[in-house]
Design a protein around this ligand. Structure first.
Ligand code: AMP
Length: 376
């Protein structure tokens, strides 16, 4: 509880040490971007081997443990996160004297597909038709309204294609429900899309905003495999920025904010939000004047935001399950290699490479040389 003696939050300009809940690769890349700005970092993570531990101290502990969150808060001037599944309830115990950004309301919405869809509707951002589903009779009712094909998803904790089932016919209703049931669900209209794109925006504490070029995202087995930017479509770029701006203003947001969209018949259909730096923005480290990681930190410290202009045509390739030979990647002109230092495991994101080329044609040629990409 806050008392009259409670210290005021450290002013943005005086922030020296940032606490990051979760020490994954996003946290590691945030810290690496923050050192040149004169910042220090402390992580909270249950695994001492997490990528963040290579660059800063990790307080070992569950990131939903209020005592551990308090310990992290006591060691730093400001808090942010690299994982989305932090318990919003546990965050409620962080002293008010510690600024926590991006805002908890945006995090809570990003954690729940139903709240996300309701927000899109409220802010008039086109999205798939949907119904909340908590039982088999509700699923039967929902499919009547939405029609086939449809996608049944868990409302919470779904990522990289986990926690979802496509339903093409009445015969698949029961098995989809049984596979996911027992937790709150959402049934979504299946969107026939030509592409998947994402917009990364950033808003500072005093309301300055900037946007990166749209990235086109290709998935394999539900996991992001390649992001390419810029996705040149002036109309969609402007529309995506308008949508992201509306959401960031709605939350009085500070930090980097991502929306993933389907492109369907030339229109953007919002799929989900990520109130944090995002995998589809890793290309910005070498492919934009200022990376998403640096701009996230600038936004939290209310520093002037950095230039988001692209430096060329970029493709970011995720290394999933195994790392390629470093030599083989670095032989490709314009290639940059990122190894997160994780133990290999199937379906685990272990690192990425970004290729930055002067022309789209050169980029296409370089991608052909990329080891292991033939099947993508
Ligand atoms: P998500 O976890 O919502 O990002 O979904 C993972 C992937 O499943 C997306 O990148 C799409 O390729 C596909 N997907 C999800 N929702 C839909 C939908 N409503 N219609 C068509 N495809 C979808």
């Amino acid at each position: 509880m806050q008392t009259s003696k409670a210290k005021p939050p450290v002013s943005a300009a005086a922030v020296k040490t940032i606490g990051i809940v979760g020490a994954g690769q996003l946290g590691r890349m945030l810290a690496l971007a923050g050192y040149p700005l004169g910042l220090q970092f402390v992580f909270l993570d249950k695994s001492p081997d997490s990528p963040g531990g290579q660059v800063a101290r990790i307080i070992p502990g569950e990131f939903n443990d209020p005592r551990k969150l308090a310990e992290l808060a006591a060691s730093v001037d400001l808090l942010t996160y690299d994982v989305e599944n932090v318990s919003v309830d546990a965050l409620g115990d962080i002293p008010k004297s510690k600024t926590f950004l991006p805002p908890v309301a945006a995090l809570a919405t990003g954690q729940d597909r139903l709240l996300e869809k309701e927000l899109f509707q409220e802010l008039r951002i086109p999205t798939a038709r949907y119904r909340a589903v908590d039982s088999m009779p509700e699923l039967e009712e929902a499919i009547q309204a939405i029609g086939y094909p449809a996608v049944l998803k868990t409302r919470r904790l779904g990522y990289d294609g986990r926690g979802q089932r496509f339903i093409r016919s009445p015969a698949e209703l029961g098995s989809a429900f049984n596979a996911l049931g027992g937790v709150p669900l959402i049934l979504e209209q299946f969107i026939e899309f030509s592409r998947e794109v994402s917009i990364i925006g950033v808003r500072s504490r005093s309301g300055q905003t900037a946007f990166y070029a749209l990235a086109e995202n290709r998935h394999r087995d539900g996991i992001l495999r390649i992001s390419m930017a810029p996705y040149h479509d002036k109309k969609l770029q402007a529309l995506a920025q308008k949508h992201a701006l509306r959401i960031m203003r709605h939350f009085d947001y500070a930090g980097v904010f991502t929306i993933e969209f389907f492109v369907s018949r030339g229109q953007l259909i919002a799929n989900e939000t990520a109130p944090r730096v995002h995998n589809s923005g890793h290309w910005t480290i070498e492919g934009a004047v200022t990376s998403q990681f640096e701009n996230h930190l600038r936004a939290l410290l209310d520093l002037p935001l950095g230039d988001t202009t692209t430096t060329g045509f970029s493709a970011m390739v995720n290394f999933i399950g195994q790392m390629p030979e470093r030599d083989a990647v670095l032989k490709i002109p314009g290639a940059h290699y990122h190894d997160y230092g994780k133990q290999p495991r199937p379906a685990r994101k272990l690192g990425h490479a970004t290729l930055v080329c002067k022309t789209r044609k050169q980029l296409a040629a370089c991608l052909k040389k990329f080891p292991g990409l033939v099947d993508d």
